[in-house]
Design a protein around this ligand. Structure first.
Ligand code: ZN
Ligand code: ZN
Length: 165
């Protein structure tokens, strides 16, 4: 669905998409319905085009501490250069230039890479998430337990801890 036919393309054209989960799968990414994408494709040279665009919406993530699902808003800007396949050089590939066939330009990869950059290294539902109790497994944000108090009690009651036995 992201193939742009360049047959009728002249110098500049705008495209917009409103994505639902059922429309497309970006591997390793889960987004909320209504992800909106606006981009302008501009001719840059005989064999290259530039796509400048924005993605906005929300990603569905799982908190690394409490393991609950949460949503993270996305406001992402991208600038991607596309070059005709035959004109691609190893340098281009290194510089994240994407390729297109003579008449077809596929922006899927460009969108996927932009979204992947939005993924946090350590997803957290909130900065202050209390996580899961390692003893009883309860979510400490919603279901605070008393295990830490019990552990502390045991720690303080160690009559021989000061002795070198
Ligand atoms: Zn959390
Ligand atoms: Zn507990």
């Amino acid at each position: 669905m992201f193939k742009i036919n360049l047959g009728s393309f002249e110098d500049v054209k705008e495209y917009s998409y409103e994505l639902k989960k059922s429309d497309v799968t970006f591997e390793g990414l889960d987004f909320e319905d209504g992800l909106s994408i606006n981009l302008t494709l501009t001719k840059d040279d005989v064999d290259s085009l530039v796509a400048i665009g924005d993605i906005s919406g929300a990603l569905n993530l799982t908190c690394g501490r409490c393991l609950e699902a949460y949503q993270q808003p996305v406001e992402s800007h991208f600038v991607t250069i596309f070059k005709e396949k035959q004109s691609m050089t190893p340098d281009d590939e290194e510089n994240d230039v994407l390729s297109y066939d003579r008449n077809n330009l596929d922006i899927f990869e460009c969108l996927r890479e932009t979204l992947l950059l939005e993924l946090p290294l350590k997803p957290l539902c909130r900065e202050t998430c209390l996580g899961i109790c390692p003893v009883c497994g309860k979510n400490q944000n919603t279901d605070k337990c008393n295990c830490d108090k019990i552990i502390k009690k045991e720690e303080t009651f160690r009559p021989f801890s000061g002795l070198d036995l």
